[in-house]
Design a protein around this ligand. Structure first.
Ligand SMILES: Cc1ncc(COP(=O)(O)O)c(C=O)c1O
Length: 361
């Protein structure tokens, strides 16, 4: 089957581009002696996680227990739950995952620690203390509190303090004051590691990394592991943040133009329930995706099932024509699709069920 024969809207992946993205990251990590632990919240597909493992990844990252369940059921057996655990239900479910996988959990509070202890129930879980190096989301301020929490972890049955975790989601290299933020991150991290050394609490692992910052990881000497996720597909944000070129954007949504009744406008058969509503958070261009091959066309508005394209007179877009759109935020788009189709050139050659789709618990 050819791409234009797919029933739309359909999420497709250019396999050559995806494989290039995977190989580039694997090579970079190999070259710099970094462990790669890809965040699988981007693709939510066990077969793709396995591909990442086959290329040398040390293990995988998940955000939710539901994702850990899906991935471990399919044989992925070294998981980092990079999200604070809370509640009895999740603790019991994580305990069940522990029967078939090695688990590391990150956290920043004693409360979450008590739930991880409940999940371990005497078995063994490694724990990373999350620190905040400028993102201001989760994570303790670098300083003595992280060491105190590490000591508490080590004194809890089944749990072992393994190291530190941070998410550098505020750093976009080649952008505004990124070098100042990178310097700040490095000095905060270094100070924290030295603090641990002075207190004689060994730090075995320092886990960081996002897609925009991934190829700058060798400028952060304390890092031992990175967790990029988006890099497998990239998206319009990656493009606008200049972390990739359009040739590295592997995923797009194939849509059909279903109406041209309004002058200067084309309606495509995908809106917020196909793409998600994520706005473009960088620059002034706005819009909800990049219409491939039509630089003059803007994706300006969405209803649930309607996408509004602003079409200048010279653009040739006809009713029934298919157009491919690179979404603003691929992770949120993937979560809206049951299936992803893998393509070589114009040919659709495989498909994967998005098995961890909707696993928000
Ligand atoms: C904790 C954590 N680690 C890693 C990532 C991966 O970052 P990216 O999507 O930029 O690849 C994310 C993304 O949200 C994250 O929240």
């Amino acid at each position: 089957m050819k791409i234009h024969e797919l029933e739309t809207p359909a999420l497709i992946v250019d396999l050559d581009r995806m494989e290039g993205n995977l190989q580039r990251m694997a090579d970079y990590c190999h070259e710099h002696g970094l462990n790669l632990r890809p965040h699988t919240k981007t693709h939510k597909i066990p077969q793709l996680a396995q591909k990442q493992m086959d290329l040398g990844a040390r293990g995988i990252t998940v955000a939710k227990v539901g994702e850990a369940e899906v991935m471990s059921e399919e044989g992925l057996d070294d998981l980092l739950l990079a999200y604070p655990l809370f509640g009895d239900a999740k603790a019991l479910r994580l305990g069940a995952v522990l029967e078939r996988a090695r688990i590391t959990v990150s956290l920043d509070s004693e409360e979450s620690l008590s739930w991880v202890a409940r999940a371990a129930d005497g078995k063994s879980i490694d724990v990373l203390v999350e620190i905040d190096v400028g993102m201001r989301r989760c994570g303790l301020k670098p300083g003595p509190a992280a060491v105190q929490l590490a000591r508490l972890i080590d004194s809890t049955a089944g749990l072992r303090f393994e190291g530190l975790m941070f998410y550098p989601g505020h750093i976009y290299p080649d952008w505004e004051d990124s070098s100042r933020k990178l310097d700040q991150l490095n000095s905060d991290l270094q100070r924290q590691v030295e603090f641990f050394e002075k207190q004689k609490v060994p730090v075995h692992r320092v886990s960081g990394g996002s897609t925009p910052s991934a190829f700058y990881s060798h400028h952060i000497p304390a890092l031992t592991e990175i967790r990029p996720g988006t890099y497998i597909f990239n998206d319009r944000h990656s493009l606008e943040w200049k972390t990739c070129s359009e040739d590295h954007c592997a995923a797009s949504v194939v849509t059909t133009v279903v109406s041209r009744a309004v002058t200067g406008q084309a309606i495509i058969d995908g809106g917020s329930k196909t793409f998600s509503s994520d706005p473009l958070r960088v620059g002034k261009k706005g819009g909800f995706g990049l219409v491939k091959g039509f630089p003059e066309v803007q994706f300006v508005k969405m209803n649930e099932e309607h996408g509004y394209l602003k079409v200048p007179d010279e653009a040739k877009l006809e009713v029934g024509q298919t157009v491919q759109v690179i979404p603003n935020h691929i992770c949120a788009t993937v979560n809206m699709h049951d299936v992803i189709f893998g393509c070589r050139g114009e040919e659709v050659v495989e498909s994967w069920i998005v098995k961890a789709r909707g696993k928000i618990r």
